[in-house]
Design a protein around this ligand. Sequence first.
Ligand code: UD1
Length: 443
Amino acid sequence: MSHIQITGGKSLHGNIRLSGAKNSLLPIMTACLMIHGTVILHDVPKLTDLKQMLHILADLGCTINIQNDTVKIDVGELQKHVINHQAAPKIRGSIFVMGALLSRLGKVELPYPGGCAIGSRPIDLHLTMLRQIGVKYHCRHDTITATYIPRRHHRPTILTLDFPSVGVTENIIQATALGIEGNVYIIQGVAKEPEVVDLCHFLNQCGAQITGAGTDTITIHSVNKLHGTTYTPIPDRINTGSYLIATAVVGGDVTLTNTRPDQQTNLINKLKNVGAKITTQDDTIHIVMNHRRAYHFDVHTAPYPGFPTDLQSQFCVLAALTKGNSVITENLFENRFRYVPELVKLGAKITVNHNQAQIKGVSMFSATPTSNLCPSSYQIPDPNECTGTTVTAQDLRGGVALVIAGLAAHGTTTIAHAEYIYRGHEDIVKDLRQLGANIVALD
Ligand code: UD1
């Protein structure tokens, strides 16, 4: 188990450069399985989820070479269709291997995908869409076996998603972009997330013919071969958002480079509404937040361009420290408030009812020293001095929310199970230390 320890109360100042987006790189890496040749990916952060994905690719027969933040993936004649049973259940992204291997080999055997326990995370929509293009599958215990023999179509195949799922959109793109030349798929109701657009850009650069990415209808003209390329993914908009929110919570003056301000419009507008001064330029976002407390707000999560569910927990920390009462409604995942009891340990006043958090803003976070929360050496704090305590990360984004809370809490906060955070942040401790935070990583 890893820990992060923070002595909070300091504002943030300085610059951070963001890396490539985890949620772009996962499907881009699986899309490499559709390619004959070599793919070179730049700006790849060292994240545990990406390491697991590269492990899956290597196990399927790809040769992987990593130098700093560049990953070279050589895809030869693939033979193996059984996905590694140790690595796949650890990450949600392993579901994308399904579409990629079905279009490349016509068969796949896959353990149920994993990922953060933020909800039941079913795969029914993936299977429904794949069945509509002719995939036959069989679910047994913890394994899915699927086969696919594409047939020539004389008319476009029209598919409609019941919900704009990011993963389903990415999977069906991979299942159809490589296939019988001349087949056309019109996929309606797709996700418009920037990571979906990034996957389409990558595939088009490899020779695919995909149009409409970023709108709710994507048209795919299947091609029978894809070639290698060199590609830099979009920067991580969720990590960008987390650092913007952290600055809004504790105050400061921070410049984020290698970002895409156009992909952060929703968040930037909300942060401006609560008092942050934000200016943007090409790939740079500059935030200044004075120390006065933000005003309360209501937020509900929604598919892009709505407010991202992946920033809901971080935004809740901001709400917990604002003046007045705020409401946060989570519309995508049913288990995304598991961080709330941990924030309450730090003094937040939040109650959760179904998919809504009712938040009564407090002026600061403080610890409640009880024997079961604190190590034996714990000193009973001076009641006039706010002190942190031990909180436990339950998933990646909820863990980042606890880091932000720790930055705000006076005294020392220890975040247990920090390994969840490293699924999506290469080195959050180094980044925040660079901005002046008093933060260390512990084993
Ligand atoms: C992706 C992101 C995740 C982000 C989410 C929403 C990756 C690796 N993960 O997850 O960080 O929070 O998009 O922006 O890119 N659903 C079903 N059946 C299915 C598939 C999904 O009911 O077969 C439901 C989910 O339970 C959830 C909703 O659809 O309630 C949205 O899920 P989806 O957009 O598919 O998210 P992921 O692709 O899993």
